[in-house]
Design a binder for this molecule. Structure first.
Ligand SMILES: [Fe+2]
Ligand SMILES: [Fe+2]
Length: 443
């Protein structure tokens, strides 16, 4: 049974698919460089013929195609030259993975052959191949990320001894997991832009958009679309879009989540050590089996390089973080039991973040001291703390967004008596997050 939140996400995803201006922009832009031809007449819903069959599209067609609602989805009426097939995708995935040093040990000939066997039988429907071609041209980083996720998930799936049909589903789901992003206005990704709550919903529904697109292809192995839908869900319910928990998330969805996060980490060079720490800090979020399998694959003892300037920056970030926890504590202590009850969802999240600090044995109010105690030479601790700051930044950002988005869902009415204090703290959080995101280049 679909909840109301799920229903509204699905509606938004469907709207994005029905009025696909960002995708049409990408497609017509690609058409200036590669042959994109109408394989059929293209009609508007009102019956007007917009493009004759056989016409070569170009950027000039964008206006015409977005001025009307199309009778059929554009991907059913156009073909692109050299859309990638399974064999080409395997070759590209291998080439992308080869550029990443940490993946080298995983890429033996046997691996490639196995990946080949798995995907060789997979038919990629032309409509999907078109979208992948558009992603390859217009969102090359996203495309590469998808290929790397596929390689990691194959290694994971093979080690986890998934049945071949599931491996095939996992490979295809990895390649297509972010395909829903093609339907988001590219301006939203501009690093300087702080997305509004509504804009952020467009981002949050990308797994749903991908799911709605893929579930129509009956030739894809079972579980493919569902894994795409669930790739940002987390076992403790902190994921999105549906905040599923534990067993509600399919095994393929849980494997894909781990592979996808690992892929993002290995794409940044030298992130091997971070993989272990990241999963340890978030032990309640990810599938334990998949995490164990992945952790065994990377060199988690690789030496680290830190310099004094970096250590100093880290110290400052930690001090800011401690200050945030400290002012939260002051706010919390001043609240009455009723006030606390009214904002329970916020408190739960902050408690969760504090646990991330306390569990490895750090003091939430004096984080910067740990660095001093450990001494400059202790790169291990420095790395662990750096990952922790990144994680907490992400969680604080998620908290702000959740408050933007979900006040209604939580049924939360913030009592007037504490609104000003809470807002002041949230502003502090906002400033912290913005600074951290600016430091990390808008990641
Ligand atoms: Fe992704
Ligand atoms: Fe995603």
């Amino acid at each position: 049974m679909e909840t109301q939140g799920q229903h509204s996400h699905r509606e938004l995803a469907q709207q994005l698919l029905d009025a696909p201006a960002p995708f049409l922009l990408a497609l017509t832009t690609v058409a200036d460089r590669r042959d994109v031809v109408a394989s059929d007449d293209i009609y508007a819903r009102g019956g007007i013929k917009l493009v004759n069959r056989g016409t070569a599209l170009s950027g000039a067609f964008y206006e015409r195609l977005t001025a009307h609602k199309l009778l059929k989805p554009i991907e059913q009426t156009v073909l692109i030259a050299d859309a990638p097939d399974a064999t080409q995708i395997i070759a590209m995935a291998h080439a992308a993975a080869t550029q990443i040093p940490s993946l080298q040990p995983l890429l033996g000939g046997a691996m490639l052959a196995r990946l080949g066997d798995l995907l060789a039988g997979a038919l990629i429907p032309p409509e999907l191949a078109l979208k992948l071609a558009v992603m390859q041209e217009e969102r090359p980083r996203l495309f590469k990320h998808s290929l790397i996720a596929a390689v990691v998930s194959m290694v994971l799936g093979i080690r986890g001894q998934l049945p071949s049909r599931d491996l095939q589903a996992l490979a295809l789901a990895s390649i297509c997991h972010d395909i829903g992003e093609l339907y988001i206005d590219p301006d939203f990704f501009c690093p300087e832009r702080r997305m509004s709550g509504e804009e952020r919903r467009h981002l949050y529904v990308h797994p749903v958009t991908g799911f709605l697109m893929l579930r129509n292809f009956t030739e894809l192995p079972e579980g493919t679309a569902q894994a795409v839908l669930q790739h940002h869900e987390r076992l403790d319910g902190a994921g999105y879009p549906y905040r599923l928990r534990g067993e509600e998330i399919s095994r393929l969805g849980r494997f894909l989540a781990v592979a996808e996060v690992t892929a993002s980490l290995v794409e940044n060079q030298g992130a091997d050590r971070r993989i272990g720490i990241k999963f340890r800090l978030n032990a309640n979020k990810y599938d334990r089996e998949a995490v164990t399998l992945i952790s065994g694959l990377f060199d988690v003892t690789a030496p680290l390089v830190t310099d004094a300037a970096e250590a100093q920056r880290l110290g400052q970030r930690l001090a800011r973080l401690s200050a945030l926890f400290f002012s939260w504590q002051r706010f919390y202590d001043d609240c009455t039991a009723e006030q606390r009850a009214a904002i329970a969802p916020i408190i739960d999240r902050v408690v969760g973040m504090r646990l991330m600090v306390l569990e490895p044995g750090f003091d939430q109010f004096h984080l910067e001291d740990i660095l001093d105690l450990a001494g400059e030479g202790d790169a291990d601790v420095a790395l662990e703390l750096a990952v922790l700051v990144d994680e907490l930044t992400w969680h604080f950002d998620a908290l702000l967004n959740a408050i933007d988005r979900e006040r209604r869902v939580w049924g939360m009415e913030i009592p007037a008596s504490i609104r000003a204090e809470l807002d002041a703290w949230l502003l502090e959080v906002h400033t912290f997050v913005s600074e951290q995101l600016a430091l990390s280049g808008g990641q």
